[in-house]
Design a protein around this ligand. Structure first.
Ligand code: G6P
Length: 612
């Protein structure tokens, strides 16, 4: 989704902002722009990739050491240069960049038009620029006060950075609902919607809270509420380093992150698994362990990949912790008037911790009395800060839009959470220790799967031209079938459906035609024989079987061509999704590359969806 980077300091702003924009590209966008204040306010915007903007700026550079830059993912108005950010007012040289949506922008626009302002775009952001300009009073607090006053009139979500020609030494930022981080350097500040645009310059940061405004000059900052009451932010150390957000030896972030999984999962488990004692240590949950143990219902929620992980979480909580569990899309949960009984624990699953629907569902459940818990990757994100308890994934920054290492991190956390709870309910030390031993071996098992990368690429090459695929699994691997299909759709633009394998005969089997790829997750688990039946139903109608199977299974190659089988090591069924998903991630990544797509910048998608 949209990205913000702004700079104030002693350096030339343009190259710094350009580097920031490149780091934000992964979030998904369709246009980009930059404004810099030097002797005057200069602005350049372009439709398309950041490189288009870069070319324009190379020809006509913007000079000055204070500036704002943005990548836009269209919400209000088409993808045009006029709708790209920054937006300006029509009087005093205000320029603004904005993430989020202003809900009451139409009434504000009418008011401003009545006061003579002339609009040139269809965006809600231009309304904010005009409003700030309308309320600007040099003798009365200047830009900072104008921003506070304007935001008191606004309904909706925003993260903004604003500059004004009349105050060439000031940058003002504010947030409500969309993330915004301030990097504190030596006589310089970088404001960004994402730590990746900051980390190359400083690791000292503070987050703005909702309804906070920050006024920055080259060597000072002041944070306040919309009512101008000063607040002192907590400066903290960023826990990511540059290497984690660079490609290294890989061509794409997605491939890099797939291959990182053995290490990222080791970090997820580090210090949390005490196999000898059969116990799991989850610091962020400990205080609420009793609530969890006595829960009458666990409600899990998320969107996209996080939803698929939450689905596995549902099975794990019922299976290992024996607590009734339910999973629901956050976008549905938030508006459905759900019954939250006493003793409900809401688990919000999210890589970014910023997904608007997930955050709203969490707040709704909390208001209705649920104990809330986050399973989140980004430290200090909105969801992480809004929950009673939580477990961080610790998989490091995920740059690839198609989520991979965050998914396995979520599965791992879910398994640890189920063991943490189950051990306090009905699971014996021995059963816990046994599953923990397997969890500890997962990283090396994934290493073995990754060794099949070349043969998986060949499978992708064989079928990449097919436009319709099915992904089928049962039990714990039904969510993996959904995830496999989602990966393929997201980056290769192939139509794929994931579903419970048995469901196929109730309709989708009509789709099967000669050579249609059907990917079955057929690991050795309790439903193995049933999966074999479903495989035969597809095969006998001309479908081409691709299978994920357990090493040593001699039966599977009677149903699928040996060269179309991906092998995983033997593992207990509840933990099998940690392995079965890996070949499907590789399959999708190769299929997309073979079809000539940029897997890290899939069309129309955003890494973090902060609007409804
Ligand atoms: C977007 C991303 C998906 C992600 C989903 C939920 O749609 O493209 O990859 O799974 O949002 O994001 P979250 O950050 O909440 O996990």
């Amino acid at each position: 989704m949209c990205g913000i980077v702004a700079y104030i300091g002693h350096k030339n702003a343009q190259p710094l902002l350009m580097e920031g924009l490149k780091r934000l590209e992964y979030r998904g966008y369709d246009s980009a722009g930059m404004a810099v204040i030097g002797d005057d306010l200069q602005m350049t915007r372009a439709v398309g990739r950041v490189s288009v903007l870069e070319d324009l700026l190379e020809r006509e550079p913007l000079t000055g050491s204070i500036g704002i830059a943005h990548t836009r993912w269209a919400t209000h108005g088409e993808v045009t240069e006029a709708n790209a950010h920054p937006h300006r007012d029509d009087r005093i040289g205000v320029a603004i960049i904005h993430n989020g949506t202003i809900e009451n922008y139409a009434s504000l626009k009418t008011y401003l038009q009545e006061r003579g302002h002339e609009f040139v775009s269809e965006t809600d952001t231009e309304v904010l620029a005009m409003l700030i300009s309308e309320l600007y009073d040099e003798a009365n607090g200047g830009l900072e006060t104008a921003v506070q006053s304007a935001l008191r009139e606004v309904r909706g979500a925003y993260a903004i950075a604003v500059v004004c020609e009349k105050e060439p030494g000031t940058l003002v930022a504010a947030r409500k609902g969309s993330p915004l981080i301030v990097g504190v350097g030596d006589k310089e500040f970088i404001v960004a919607s994402d730590a990746s645009a900051i980390v190359a310059h400083t690791t000292q940061v503070f987050e703005l809270d909702d309804y906070q405004v920050c006024k920055l000059t080259e060597d000072s900052f002041r944070t306040s509420t919309l009512e101008n009451i000063s607040v002192t932010p907590q400066i903290r150390q960023l826990e990511i380093d540059l290497e984690q957000i660079e490609l290294g030896d890989f061509d794409t972030f997605m491939m890099k992150e797939i291959f990182e999984q053995p290490d990222s999962l080791r970090r997820t488990m580090l210090g949390r698994i005490k196999r000898d004692e059969g116990s799991v240590v989850l610091g962020g949950v400990l205080k609420f362990a009793r609530d969890l143990v006595r829960a009458r219902q666990v409600l899990l929620t998320g969107q996209g990949t996080a939803y698929n992980a939450a689905m596995v979480g549902q099975y794990l909580m019922e299976d290992l912790a024996k607590i009734p569990a339910k999973v629901e899309y956050a976008s549905e949960l938030r508006y459905r008037n759900p019954i939250i009984q006493d003793g409900t624990v809401l688990v919000a699953v999210s890589q970014s911790g910023e997904t608007a629907d997930t955050l709203a569902a969490l707040r709704e459940a909390r208001e209705r009395g649920a104990m809330t818990m986050g399973v989140v990757n980004v430290v200090g994100s909105s969801i992480a800060r809004s929950t009673d308890a939580g477990v961080y994934l610790r998989v490091g920054p995920e740059i690839g839009v198609a989520s991979t290492k965050a998914f396995t991190g979520q599965l791992m956390v879910m398994a640890m959470l189920a063991l943490f709870t189950g051990r306090r309910r009905f699971l014996s030390v021995e059963s816990c220790a046994e599953l923990m031993g397997e969890l500890e071996r997962v990283p090396e098992m994934i290493e073995r799967i990754l060794e099949q990368n070349d043969s998986i690429r060949e499978v992708a090459a064989r079928y990449a031209e097919r436009e319709n695929w099915l992904f089928l699994g049962r039990g714990y691997n039904y969510p993996v079938a959904m995830e496999g299909a989602l990966k393929l759709k997201e980056i290769s633009y192939i139509h794929a459906e994931g579903m419970p394998a048995a469901e196929i005969k109730h309709g989708p089997i009509a789709l099967i035609n000669d050579g249609m790829p059907a990917v079955f997750i057929a690991n050795k688990g309790p439903q193995y024989d049933k999966v074999m039946l479903n495989i035969e139903q597809v095969k006998s109608r001309g479908g081409r079987i691709i299978a994920v199977a357990t090493e040593g299974d001699t039966e599977i190659t009677k149903h699928a061509a040996p060269e179309d089988v991906f092998w995983i090591p033997q593992i207990s069924d509840p933990l099998s999704p940690l392995l079965t998903v890996v070949p499907l991630q590789l399959l999708a990544c190769h299929a997309a590359m073979i079809r000539g797509h940029d897997v890290d910048k899939p069309r129309n998608l955003a890494k973090s969806v902060t609007v409804e």
